[in-house]
Design a binder for this molecule. Structure first.
Ligand code: ADP
Ligand code: MG
Length: 353
């Protein structure tokens, strides 16, 4: 179980690469045994954050704490963290077994223990029987799995993982997501994980840190971030959303598309311009009826495997709706959204911290 102790903490960390401000005043903590994911598009500063924690980059400003101690000036080899890099660096002259066994041999673990632990790891990453292969004979995905096994076999207290599943195909990625999560919980390892894949972040994490342009946009549980995105950027990045301009009328009442709608949000202040988020799965589409809140025309209907995805022109906007019931293209439909599913956010990308 996650405990409250802040095992890793960044205080006011800024990283300036000359003409790029890669990180702009990052404040963040990772609790012991927590699975924290840094999520954001390419270039937002995820890898730089990990590299600063690993000791491979030095912050321009700010301090890094580990286990309550300032480690900003400590070299990587003195830090009690293991890193799985985006570009796995295996020893090319060693076979799979020896690559994974490397750290255990340094720690003088007994031969029988090494053999058992390496075998268990190979099982875990789906490379049973590959012990004797040279790593140059492996595909990119297989090499990446060896890199994960090599880090996990040491049962580190903290593991930093930089897009570790990026080179794997979808099926294997899904399997490995589950395996990594199981392992993290079973061994009680603290994970700081980096991905640009929001689905991966939502399924694996205890806590997600959404980043953009070197700044933190929101920190929260997957559910909180999905249900209550702090701004349009987070809403858009985390899931498919309809984001409409609106005006907050008063507590629990917001206007968009020229009409007032009941909502559950409070405290934005009368007359404040806001963004209103409607998730496609919350947009209920049916026949036009008296209780319809909006009416529109179906522009397109596409079967997506589980549900139909429909684009509906409601005049002020085109809304995306998901439903298991198909509506024909060109038909007139009525739309309702219950107050609980109308999310009001402050306008723009006002960051979290
Ligand atoms: P991410 O991992 O989220 O894709 P990075 O942390 O790698 O982002 O990079 C953040 C920003 O810092 C990018 O604009 C990148 O080009 C820049 N950057 C990263 N490392 C260096 C470096 N060593 N020198 C100059 N710029 C860098
Ligand atoms: Mg990166």
């Amino acid at each position: 179980m996650v405990d409250d102790f802040h095992l890793i903490e960044l205080q006011g960390v800024t990283k300036d690469f000359g003409d790029t401000l890669a990180l702009d005043n990052i404040n963040l903590y990772v609790r012991r045994r927590e699975f924290v994911t840094l999520l954001g598009p390419s270039g937002c500063g995820k890898s730089t954050t990990l590299r600063i924690i690993g000791g491979f980059e030095y912050p321009t400003e700010g301090r890094v704490f580990f286990d309550g101690r300032d480690i900003t000036d400590e070299p990587p080899y003195r830090r009690r963290v293991n890193t799985v890099f985006q570009k796995y660096a295996l020893f090319p002259h060693l076979n799979v077994f020896d690559n994974i066994a490397f750290g255990l041999r340094i720690k003088k673990v007994s031969k029988t223990d090494i053999s058992a632990r390496v075998k268990a790891m190979l099982d875990l990453v789906g490379l049973k029987g590959y012990e004797k292969r040279g790593v140059d004979q492996l595909s990119g995905g297989q090499q990446q799995r060896v890199a994960i096994a090599r880090a996990l076999v040491n049962e580190p207290e903290v593991l930093l993982l930089d897009e570790p599943l990026g080179a794997l195909d979808l099926r294997l990625r899904k399997d490995m997501q589950l395996e990594l999560k199981n392992m993290q919980q079973r061994l009680g390892i603290t994970f700081l994980y980096v991905t640009h894949d929001q689905e991966e972040a939502l399924t694996m994490s205890d806590t997600i840190v959404v980043m953009k342009d070197g700044r933190i946009q929101q920190i929260g549980t997957p559910k909180k971030i999905y249900d209550e995105p702090k701004n349009a950027y987070v809403a858009d990045f985390i899931g498919e959303s309809n984001i409409l301009p609106g005006v907050f009328i008063r507590d629990e009442l917001v206007e968009f598309c020229g009409k007032p709608f009941r909502c559950v949000d409070k405290g934005f202040g009368s007359g404040t311009t806001v963004d209103v988020v409607l998730r496609p799965e919350d947009v209920a589409v049916g026949a036009v009826a008296e209780e319809s809140m909006l009416t529109g025309t179906v522009l397109s209907t596409l079967f997506k495997g589980v549900h139909y995805e429909m684009m509906i022109d409601v005049g002020c906007a085109v809304l995306k709706a998901h439903s298991t019931v198909k509506q024909e293209e060109g038909s007139r439909v009525g739309i309702t959204v219950v107050p609980f599913n109308i999310h009001v956010m402050s306008r723009g990308n006002a960051p979290d911290s």
